[in-house]
Design a protein around this ligand. Structure first.
Ligand code: 0PR
Length: 352
């Protein structure tokens, strides 16, 4: 097999990236361990505690609880499960902006929760009036997104927290993608800025860890207890994760990446990614495309179907938003040279 079976040199669509070399090495070392069985694999279990401590630091949470999940989907499902368990109502609902990730649809389906989807405003952020109008006594949680999948927008988290408090609902923040870049922006998104109860923050996205490494953080351990089931034949007495056996690779690589990169390496990477996103937005604007201004390093622009397909035929891995715009995610593996070559291909195609 090739050393890198998935080359990243034309990948502009993914929210995952090439793992940092130290993360790759740690993943290999711990590939055959299972943090779900701490009695048998104590080293990886201790590393998971380190991972949660560091994720807490990044997300502004003192004394954090949580665990390293398989990804943002699992973390989002578990966050809504906590909210459902805590809500003492027949048919709980969760209010979420339309920019929320599709994993919440899965969660709602599994958990038999009503997912109430409200519009976003002109800036693609949760519309607060619509959220306010939608909550009621049966609302178990409000979801805010800090780094939306399509436009990289950050919802007004403190205001969503106030609305959640007013109906005694939890506030869940999905920072699966944004969590590792937001500390370097002035966005008010973390536990210290607002009454955030639970958060998704994935090391395997901007954190440069190996897949699978998602993160679920909760404000206090009693929220995690809502998920615990007894584990009679393990030495530990209960388990809060959704999956049973988990790869230690994700946990170990998350710790390795965070020890290496937090905060300086992540800050430098953020600056590079932001500059690249601004450069691309500018290049597209100069060529007459309608561009959605990047806030986090993600650029969306109106590019025709035929051009989009022609770019894909040239090997570019690109994706489209629900509104049919081209979407480019400036992940760590995306360099200025790659973007320049992408724009050059675009120019060649538009000249024909
Ligand atoms: N929350 C947010 C905000 C996300 O962007 C994602 C993933 C998740 C949760 C779910 O995380 P896991 O996939 O780790 O469970 N966003 C996807 C991704 O880039 C969605 C996607 C995939 C969008 C491919 C476009 C595309 O071309 O992995």
């Amino acid at each position: 097999m090739q050393a890198e079976p998935q080359p990243f040199d034309r990948v502009l669509s993914s929210m995952c990236t090439r793992p940092h070399p130290v993360a790759r090495e740690a993943a290999e070392q711990f590939l055959a361990t299972n943090p779900g069985d701490p009695g048998t694999y104590p080293t990886i279990a201790a590393l998971e505690e380190d991972a949660i401590a560091m994720l807490g630091e990044i997300a502004g949470l003192e004394n954090p609880s949580g665990y390293v999940a398989s990804g943002g989907t699992e973390a989002n499902i578990q966050a809504l499960r906590i909210a459902r368990e805590r809500a003492d109502v027949d048919r709980p609902n969760v209010v979420m902006p339309e920019s929320g990730h599709f994993s919440f649809q899965k969660a709602a389906d599994l958990l038999e929760i009503d997912l109430r989807i409200v519009p976003t405003d002109r800036n693609y952020r949760a519309d607060l009036e619509a959220v306010q109008a939608c909550v009621d006594a049966e609302t178990a949680a409000i979801v805010g997104v800090a780094g939306t999948t399509e436009y990289g927008r950050v919802d007004p988290i403190p205001a969503l927290g106030e609305i959640a408090d007013s109906v005694d609902a939890l506030l869940h923040v999905d920072a699966a993608w944004g969590g590792f870049v937001l500390p370097f922006t002035d966005a008010e998104w973390h536990f210290g800025h607002a009454p955030v109860d639970t958060m998704t923050i994935d090391p395997h996205k901007m954190g440069q860890a190996a897949v699978p490494a998602g993160g679920l953080l909760v404000r206090s351990s009693d929220l995690l207890d809502e998920l615990a089931v007894d584990t009679p034949y393990l030495e530990s007495t209960s388990q809060a994760t959704l999956t049973g056996t988990r790869s230690g690779a994700g946990v170990a690589s998350a710790v390795a990446a965070m020890e290496e990169l937090w905060p300086t390496g992540y800050r430098e990477q953020y600056v590079r990614s932001r500059n690249n996103a601004e450069w691309l937005a500018d290049a597209l604007e100069k060529r007459g495309y309608d561009v959605v201004d990047p806030t986090l390093p993600l650029v969306a622009a109106d590019v025709s179907h035929s051009t989009f397909e022609a770019l894909r035929d040239r090997g570019w891995r690109i994706s489209r938003t629900g509104n049919d715009q081209l979407r480019v995610v400036c992940m760590p593996h995306v360099t200025r040279e790659m973007l320049a070559s992408f724009v050059a291909d675009l120019d060649r195609l538009e000249m024909r």
